[in-house]
Design a protein around this ligand. Structure first.
Ligand SMILES: C[S@@+](CC[C@H](N)C(=O)[O-])C[C@H]1O[C@@H](n2cnc3c(N)ncnc32)[C@H](O)[C@@H]1O
Length: 220
């Protein structure tokens, strides 16, 4: 990704947060996560990475499962809100361009996902991607996928995205049909559709979309 792309991308998201245009934020745990979490076969103490986490209540839900949870999010206010609602007072330090907030099993990095390194994360058992890959511009999607794989050693994933006619509406969320997931992750993972439902929520009237949850299993 060029520096220019990166800056434009960050400005775009910071503007949405500043203006409160965060229709992607759900007021409760994601239904697909609650229904299909068991597929990850995680136990308390396992470490899950939540890229582009926003201020999602999925973070709280994963913590309540006893997991070690690490999220990454551009918007510092969103990160601080998560700790506040959990009644946690984080330790905060600066690591290069990232600001790291830590309390107990929860670590959130405020900053650019591409600045996070595998050394900062340590071993990762699973990735939970809800509306993260679909938030990435299609031209840079391969970079995103490569970074996820590099950070986690290709850990298993639950991936929640949308599939719709990209000509009928602009992203984000960008459409993520199976072949696009295959292009990005097919070398490392087998890809299984767990559930697909029709949705209208984040889309303009008249655009049919499917919300889908995928299980990405590392190959051999
Ligand atoms: C569509 S939202 C999804 C948020 C969250 N996963 C949820 O389900 O509510 C995408 C989020 O990713 C953040 N974001 C986008 N690109 C990022 C990047 N390169 N590094 C860190 N955060 C990023 C945005 O600020 C935004 O909050």
């Amino acid at each position: 990704m060029s520096f220019e792309d990166l800056v434009m991308n960050e400005e775009f998201w910071q503007t949405l947060w500043k203006e409160g245009r965060i229709g992607f934020h759900e007021g409760t745990v994601n239904d697909f996560l609650a229904r299909f979490y068991s597929r990850l076969n995680l136990v308390a103490g396992n470490h899950i990475l939540v890229p582009l986490c926003g201020k999602s209540f999925d973070l709280d839900w994963l913590l309540a499962k006893g997991l070690i949870v690490t999220g990454v999010e551009f918007n510092q206010g969103a990160v601080e809100e998560v700790f506040a609602r959990l009644n946690l007072t984080p330790e905060v330090d600066e690591i290069g361009p990232l600001r790291r907030y830590r309390s107990g099993a929860l670590t959130l990095f405020a900053g650019d996902f591409y600045a996070v390194t595998s050394d900062l994360l340590g071993p990762v058992d699973a990735v939970y991607d809800r509306a993260a890959m679909v938030a990435i511009q299609p031209e840079t999607r391969a970079n995103y996928a490569a970074h996820v794989v590099e950070l986690t050693g290709g850990a298993q994933q639950l991936l929640i995205g949308f599939d719709y006619d990209q000509n009928a509406a602009d992203g984000p969320p960008f459409s993520l049909a199976q072949e696009l997931i295959m292009q990005a992750y097919g070398a490392q993972y087998t890809i299984e559709l767990l559930k697909s439902i029709k949705v209208g929520g984040p889309f303009a009237d008249g655009v049919d979309a499917d919300e889908q949850i995928w299980y990405l299993q590392p190959k051999g």
